[in-house]
Write a protein of this length. Structure first.
Length: 311
């Protein structure tokens, strides 16, 4: 066996070199396989294939979830950060929404010049996330870094980047909401819409009986229609009510004559002398003297002409 190796030493060396070169080239190609993969998302000039998109989104979201569960302190700002980044226009949040919203936040941080210093990041971790019983819980922080972050393959640098984005989001909210008062009506509507519950019931009806029966043919449908179309098609009918009347001219003339005679009777009745009541009515005044005699005749003729002037 040793003699065989000694005999083909050069050949063995050549084979090992070829294998080594192949491993190097094929290994590099497999590690860079994502470079030639199709682009599934592009935002703000950055392109992501499926592998890059998954890496950019999954590690960050898992770190947020683990931190929200394990941190003993105040995680309200972290929860709001996660909710804003997960929000989208669709019914359910997707990884694309998270990636695009995070890139939007990063662009806003650049545009507004927002950044979180190292002391701010450390203060937030110690005094917010891992603050317990009036002090920084070092044990909980160390366990989280070693156990939780180790299982995710994350480092302290990833944690600091996450906290820095949370702090910058809080600063961005203060800038955008300066001098703006939130409407109570809109807040109430938003809260009610988030709390509303929609219930429904599904009614199932067996169709086996209908499937077993054969469908009617065209001739049967036409025959049935001819028999029953009188129930659906009818001639339009209109009802008209009218009254015929002719005037009675004789009655009109008589009524007019009666109405003209009635005022005359009323005037005559008004001109009659008043009646005496119980003999107490005094006679009306009479002229004191009446001429005894009236001239029997009047001159038949009057002078035709009168003098124009009197002396």
């Amino acid at each position: 066996m040793l003699e065989t190796f000694r005999k083909y030493t050069i050949s063995m060396i050549a084979v090992l070199v070829v294998v080594f070169v192949g491993l190097v080239f094929f290994g590099a190609g497999s590690s860079n396989l994502g470079i030639g993969a199709p682009v599934v998302l592009e935002a703000y000039g950055q392109k992501f294939n499926q592998r890059q998109l998954k890496k950019f989104e999954e590690r960050h979201t898992r770190l947020i979830t683990r931190l929200s569960i394990s941190a003993p302190g105040d995680t309200q700002a972290l929860g709001e950060y996660a909710r804003i980044l997960a929000g989208g226009s669709g019914l359910e949040p997707t990884s694309n929404n998270f990636v695009v919203n995070r890139l939007t936040l990063q662009k806003a941080m650049t545009d507004f010049g927002l950044q979180a210093s190292t002391p701010e990041v450390e203060s937030f971790i110690k005094e917010k996330l891992f603050w317990q019983d009036s002090g920084f819980n070092v044990v909980a922080y160390d366990d989280f870094v070693k156990v939780e972050m180790g299982a995710l393959g994350a480092t302290v640098k990833n944690l600091n980047e996450l906290v820095a984005e949370v702090i910058c989001l809080m600063k961005l909210k203060e800038i955008l909401s300066a001098g703006i008062e939130v409407s109570r009506d809109l807040t109430e509507d938003d809260m009610l819409s988030a709390q509303q519950r929609i219930t429904y019931q599904l009614l199932s009806y067996p169709i086996t009986g209908f499937k077993d029966k054969p469908m009617p043919t065209e001739e049967e449908i036409k025959t049935k229609w001819e028999e029953t179309k009188s129930n659906y098609l009818s001639e339009p009918k209109r009802k008209v009510t009218y009254v015929l009347a002719a005037p009675d001219y004789d009655s009109i003339v008589k009524s007019k004559e009666a109405s003209s005679e009635k005022p005359d009777a009323i005037e005559a009745e008004g001109a009659a002398p008043p009646t005496e009541e119980n003999g107490c009515q005094e006679p009306a005044e009479q002229p004191a003297e009446q001429p005894a005699e009236q001239p029997a005749e009047q001159p038949a003729e009057q002078p035709a002409e009168q003098p124009a002037e009197q002396p």
